[in-house]
Structures are given as C-alpha cells and as structure tokens.
Design a protein around this ligand. Structure first.
Ligand SMILES: Cc1cc2nc3c(=O)[nH]c(=O)nc-3n(C[C@H](O)[C@H](O)[C@H](O)COP(=O)(O)OP(=O)(O)OC[C@H]3O[C@@H](n4cnc5c(N)ncnc54)[C@H](O)[C@@H]3O)c2cc1C
Ligand code: SF4
Length: 586
C-alpha cells in the first residue's frame, strides 16, 4: 500500500530545465517546492570531468545518460491503420533521465521563435488564403504573441549567458545579426563565439549567393560569465564533446551551471532522485489535482500530496502522465475531438556534407558553434507557388569531429578497411556539414495515445506514437536542401553530398530531440489542453511545461522558447497562488 507523505505547496514532476526555472521562481515567491526526478543526481564534478566525459563509445553510442527503455519506452507506427511496436532502443530522439534533464547534454543552440510563428494559422491564412492550409493540417495560433514573451526570452538568455549578435534591437536592424528576428530589448549577454575555419567559409559563400548569415546564438560561453543569480560560468574551450555529453568546463548553460548552486541552498526547496511519478491524483470532482503517486528505486510506492502539480517531464512523459491519470479528454483522430495527445509534431532535418579544399580541423568545436542563414525560415520569404508553408534555417554547425559518429567523409567512402582509412587520412580534416533544420506542422493523424497492448515497468500502458511526414514537409525539406546545396557550391570544394530526407519518418536514426505538442496551449479549450499561461483548462492547479505545449513545431530548436515560457508561466503561477482561480475564464 502506498505511503502518504506530508503535503507540499508545489510538486514538480521531473527535475530538468523547465523544473529548475519553476523551482527557482516559486521558491523566491515563498512556496515550498519539491521536485521528483526518475533519474539520478549528477554534477560537473565528478560526473562530467575531462578524465572520462569525453568517451564517445560510452555516452554517444551506448547512450549512458539517456532514458532506459527497459523501464519505460513507447510504441511506434507511422499511420493509424498499422500495428505499433515497442521501441527496445531509442534512436530518432533521446529523452534524458537524471537531474538537469536534457539540459545536461543538449548542444545549446538557443533560439527565439519568429513573431509570425506564434500566429501560424491566422498569419498564413491572411497572407496565402485559407486554401493554403490542407484540411488535415491542425496548426493553430498559440494564444500569446512574441511581444508578450519577449521579456521572458530576455530573462532566459541572461540566465544562460547566451553568446550571440543581436539582429534587431527595438525595431532597428543591427549589422552582423539575424535581420529576420523579432525586436529584442538589448544585445545578447555575451558576444558571439569565435569563428571556426568552416563557419568562415560558410559565411562568405552564403553572402555570395545573396543570403544574410549570422553567428548562431549559443548557450556555450564565449567569455567567463556571471549570471544574474550570481552563478559563475567559465569560457568554452571548444572541446568538441558537447552534444550528448555533460560539460566539464562550466561553459554550457544547464540547470547545474546556472540555477542549482542557488536553488539547492534554499530551505523551501527539496528534491528526490530515482523517484518515477506514475500518476497525477485528482479529487472526486476531477477538477482539482491533489498530488502525485511515485515509485522509488526500491519499488516502494508513495503518495505525495501537493497544492499544485507542475508537469516538467518532457514532451512524451507529460502527455503519458495525463493519459494514464485520465485528466483531460484524450484526442480521437476519427471524430477530431479531445486534446490530450493532439498536435504532436517533430522536426524535419536534412544535411549537406562538403569536402572542402581548405583544411578545417573539425575536431575543435562547440555544441552551438555555427553560422546560420534564416532567409528560408518561417514566413521570411514568399511561399507563393512553392507548395508548402513554413520553413527552417540552414546552418553550418561546427559541433566537433568526434572519432566514431562525426566523420563527414565523402559518400563513396567504404565503411571499414583500407579504403575507409585512406578517406579518413585524406578527407577528415577537410570535411564539414550543413544542416537544414526545418519545422513541422501538426496533422490530424499525428498524435499520442495509450497503447492497447504493451505496458511499462509500473503496469501503465505504454505511450503510442503515430507519426509521419507529409507532403508539406517533403516539399519544404527539398527546398531547404537545394538552397543549402547552392551555398555549398559557393565553397571551394572537392565534393558535395546532399542528403535530403525522403519517404516515411523513421524512428531509428537520430534526428533531433525536439518533440513537441500533445498538450497544446491556446485560447480555445476545444483545441488546447492548457490556456495561454500553461494552466490546465480542466484542472486549474495543474500546469504543463516545455515543448509539450507547442501547437506545432517552428523551424528552430525548442529550448529557448521552453525556457521563456517557463518564466512566463512562473509569473502566472505566482498570481494563481495569491488568488487560486483559472487565469482565463471560459
Ligand atoms: C542530445 C540532445 C541535444 C539537444 N540540443 C538542443 C539544442 O541545441 N537546442 C535546443 O533548443 N534544444 C536541444 N535539445 C532539447 C532540450 O534539451 C530540451 O528541449 C530541454 O531539455 C527540455 O526541457 P524540459 O524541462 O522540458 O525536459 P528535460 O530537461 O529533459 O527534463 C525532464 C526531466 O523529467 C524527468 N522525468 C521524465 N518522466 C518522469 C517521471 N515520470 N517521473 C519523474 N521524472 C521524470 C526526466 O528524467 C528528465 O530529467 C537537445 C536534446 C538532446 C537530447
Ligand atoms: S564545447 Fe564548450 S560548452 Fe561544450 S562541452 Fe566543451 S567546453 Fe563545454
């Protein structure tokens, strides 16, 4: 029988990026906050020390710090008429397990979405007509504007010490920055990272073909940085072991390097590791959350009562918990009713590998060291006659040149033996790649629900993912890959290998861990699970964080917006604590 524990003001499910922001903000406001994390404790010292963190086999191939599929996984199919099967190993995306969440091993590619991204449906309908949006595309406006979120983007960027160059300050376009970005109030806290040889080549080539390159905004510090909480970060050393690894150097923004040194000292904050939340509890009316049930490492079950429950468990897990807890109406693609599981989306990326004439030394890099063009993102260009809406950015990322998974050798290179060794010798130091990072619309038949057959370690049905790419995304991806190839051709090269993404979505190769939707935000409870403040319409003391609330996925990486929304929601929660009511009346 589950043991009932003393009540707390706020229980956070998960202790990653968004939970750390909420915990810091609500404890400052006086609330007693508890975070429950299914993974273990880890910190820069000793877990990410240089003596062992730069082990590609252990972390990137054997995926030591990611979710363990033996405990919980999901089933997958492309279309509703197929049988979904459980994933014994994850590939396409890699959710985290452990304190800091995926904030520990993310790259740090940190973006603000475009102002038009937040009004996706109304903007596109107004510019291209209602017919431009196919009937089965379920895109919608977010219920907030870029202008409302701007102060919170600023707060997030200064928390993390983002290195970058502003493109638009207060409406005035800034030379060297992204001319397409929405107006920001001030410069980035740190200047851009130093350029690599490859990004210099990209910059020159992009300008030659008439585009507007700029340095990618990076959560890798270009200089030592003291953040507003008084936490000190060190300067990035371009170690090249960033994506999929913890940072040994206090240079990549993560909960551990930006918030936890302050948060963990507070008397009104506590956390428990190896505690998997299995259910959110509600009272007999179903309109009030009363706490959560969790299971510890020894298999003991506990009831943790709380005045407020905040789901910070990352996209899939937030939706899974809502479904197994029977909160909200599950989405039904047949009748197109219900909201939990609706509007799941992902990212459509493709690559162009280039073997340059100039030596590049690709082994030096950082997770977000890159030069980017935004000319083909969102609605930054006229889509008339193109056959798709939306877009993405094209970047030359110099994230590193790790020995196993990061050799961008010519396509003809054999996979082993003498031919492979020769190509490695001749081409490795000259090789780089560009990424087209495209958005993804939401569709009627892309959704999350509970699998009728398979269960997890705790006896709950597994989450079932039904997902595929559609014509809009294929047309967009081809367009972006062609534009990246135009840039590649302007780089003095010995070979170009465009790799457009074709056919059905495959869950096997890694693409991005940018899973979105399933509990979308919006102004209409019939199409959104949370209101614009990320508060559940049905259960007002339940809140959902992270990319779970995106109604579709814009062309950028999600975390900058997830972080900004966490600050925005924390302000709303403070209002709610003073006066516990739905913040938007229906
Ligand atoms: C390899 C990699 C690279 C990435 N690079 C970028 C990038 O460059 N730019 C970008 O914008 N984004 C990037 N991301 C995505 C980014 O890391 C996430 O968007 C961000 O961490 C999400 O924050 P979150 O708080 O929603 O979830 P997380 O930070 O992942 O935290 C969720 C936490 O909840 C815990 N949890 C889950 N279920 C339960 C449960 N039932 N009970 C208790 N705890 C639970 C998990 O263990 C985890 O610690 C990357 C992700 C990966 C994996
Ligand atoms: S590249 Fe920089 S930020 Fe990334 S892990 Fe290495 S030192 Fe840290």
């Amino acid at each position: 029988m589950a043991k009932k524990l003393p009540e707390v003001d706020v229980v956070l499910v998960g202790f990653g990026w968004t939970a750390s922001v909420i915990a810091q903000e609500l404890t400052d406001a006086g609330a007693n906050v508890l975070a429950l994390e299914r993974g273990g404790w880890r910190d820069t010292v000793p877990d990410f020390s240089v003596t062992h963190i730069q082990d590609e086999l252990r972390y990137a191939v054997r995926k030591q710090i990611f979710e363990e599929t033996q405990r919980s996984t999901l089933t997958f199919r492309n279309r509703p008429d197929q049988l979904a099967l459980p994933m014994r190993e994850l590939g396409s995306f890699l959710p985290a397990a452990g304190v800091g969440g995926a904030g520990v091993h993310w790259n740090g590619q940190n973006w603000r979405f475009l102002p038009t991204d937040f009004q996706l449906r109304s903007h596109n309908e107004q510019r291209y007509g209602k017919k431009a949006i196919p009937a089965d595309m379920t895109i919608q406006d977010w219920g907030i504007t870029y202008e409302q979120l701007e102060p919170y983007y600023d707060k997030w960027e200064y928390l993390c010490g983002i290195s970058g160059k502003a493109g638009n300050i207060g409406g005035k376009i800034q030379p060297g920055g992204n001319p397409f970005e929405g107006p920001r109030r001030r410069e980035y806290p740190l200047p851009p990272l130093k350029r690599s040889a490859a990004t210099v080549l990209f910059d020159k080539a992009a300008r030659e073909v008439g585009l507007h390159p700029f340095p990618a905004p990076a959560a890798n510090t270009s200089k030592p940085y003291l953040n507003p909480l008084g936490v000190q970060m060190g300067q990035c050393t371009f170690c090249g072991y960033c994506e999929w690894f913890g940072c040994a150097n206090y240079s990549k923004a993560s909960p551990q390097t930006t918030i936890l040194p302050v948060l963990l000292k507070k008397d009104n904050f506590s956390f428990r590791t190896h505690c998997s939340v299995t259910r959110v509890l509600t009272d007999s009316t179903g309109k009030r959350a009363t706490g959560v049930v969790y299971v510890d490492a020894a298999g003991n079950e506990f009831i943790q009562p709380a005045q407020m429950v905040v789901l910070c468990a990352f996209a899939h897990h937030n939706v899974h918990l809502l479904l197994v807890s029977k909160i909200g109406t599950p989405y039904d693609p047949q009748s197109q009713t219900g909201v939990v599981g609706r509007n799941y989306a992902y990212q459509l990326s493709s690559d162009v590998n280039v073997t340059c004439k100039e030596r590049l030394n690709p082994f030096m890099g950082a997770g977000a060291l890159g030069q980017v063009v935004d000319d083909f993102n969102g609605d930054n260009f006229d889509h008339t006659g193109k056959g798709f809406i939306g877009g993405g950015y094209i970047a030359l990322w110099n994230t590193g040149g790790r020995p196993i998974l990061q050799e961008y050798l010519p396509e003809s290179t054999p996979k082993w033996g003498g031919g492979w060794k020769k190509a490695l010798h001749d081409d490795y130091l000259y090789s780089t790649h560009m990424q087209c990072h495209g958005g993804m619309m939401s569709y009627r038949n892309n959704y999350l629900d509970l699998d009728p057959t398979w269960t997890d370690d705790y006896g709950n049905p597994l989450l079932r993912l039904t997902f595929d790419f559609y014509d809009n995304e294929h047309a967009m991806s081809k367009f972006l890959t062609d534009r990246a190839t135009d840039i590649a051709k302007a780089i003095p090269n010995r070979g170009i290998n465009p790799k457009p993404r074709k056919g059905h979505y495959s869950i096997i190769p890694y693409q991005t861990t940018h899973n979105t939707g399933g509990a979308a935000m919006g102004n209409d409870p019939r199409t959104s699970f949370v209101n614009p403040f990320l508060q559940s319409w049905d259960v007002p003391n339940l809140w959902v964080m992270g990319s779970t609330v995106f109604p579709q996925n814009p062309g950028y990486n999600p975390t900058g917006t997830g972080g900004a929304l966490a600050f925005w929601a924390a302000d709303a929660m403070k209002r709610y604590i003073r006066n516990p009511q739905p913040l938007v009346q229906t």
